[in-house]
Design a protein around this ligand. Sequence first.
Ligand code: AHM
Ligand code: MG
Length: 336
Amino acid sequence: MSRKNQTLGEFIIENQTSFKYTSGELSRLINSIRLAAKVVNHEVNKAGLVDILGAFGDTNIQGEDQQKLDVYANEKFIQTLTNRNIVCGIASEEEDHFITINSQDENNQNKYIVLIDPLDGSSNIDVNVSVGTIFSVYRRVTPLGTPVILEDFLQKGNQQVAAGYIIYGTSTMLVYTTGVGVNGFTLNPAIGAFYLSHPNMKFPEDGNIYSVNEGNYVHFPQGVKDYIKYCQMEEGNRPYTSRYIGSLVSDFHRNMIKGGIYIYPNTSKNPTGKLRLLYECNPMAFIAEQANGKASDGFTRILDIQPTELHQRVPFFCGSENMVGEAEEFMQKATI
Ligand code: AHM
Ligand code: MG
């Protein structure tokens, strides 16, 4: 159930019973992500003032060390999830190893683990272009009250309980799914509340936007080169238009609203692609599928890939169902 003008807090409470596992723990988890998002948003919005307040890495006027925003975001999300004692483990793009929480406490009955990319597309910050946070939630597979192990994190994407992203853009939005559709909430900065602005988001089945870093064209596999040429041909509703922000969350968000495909393929420079399976591709793939879209590595469904490493990379094709399907056909044909 959802209605416009509902706040995220109200939505979480009203929809708690539609979660698969209803102990209230997942609601508290989403609530703490909401809180950290607001704190990080505040800091991201000040990024343009670095020349006035001091550059990152410098000491600010209060004598405090300025931090890089991705490091700051990482700390805030980890702190919030740890302080509220909500999860038993966290893995982050910013950390080499996963973090165990209250591992010695056998009374720790927390069952969720979180994987997070605290600030994705961070090369865009200095130039005032949108960035995002991506998160993914699983139930642990090892027994409650024991320290988490790598196996808890290396689960297939189809086991996700929740996933979402925060986009720090012209407006700040939190978009998430718990496996019953996708809902988007926009922050009203005047009062610090997220309001349901985009209920039940869906990818159009088809679209005319392709998002890929064409600067890498010569390094792309033949199937992707052929697909791009197809996008550029004058037939049907083609040529398509090209839009590439270089910030996965923003490119994905636009494509979900307007219809389009995002591609980050393997290249001769990055033979397994650039994006990370566990905290970039899996959460976005879960959201995409919940919004009638599709996500693949060019051949296989992203959510069915068995992870083998925490920071594993995969090629990523994601967006409107028909467009991803067509791109896959080009990939297949090129291997024959
Ligand atoms: P990051 O995790 O280092 O920020 O990299 C991920 C980002 C994505 O948001 C974006 O789509 C992609 O890298 C852009 O890469 P490129 O500059 O190679 O096109
Ligand atoms: Mg990233």
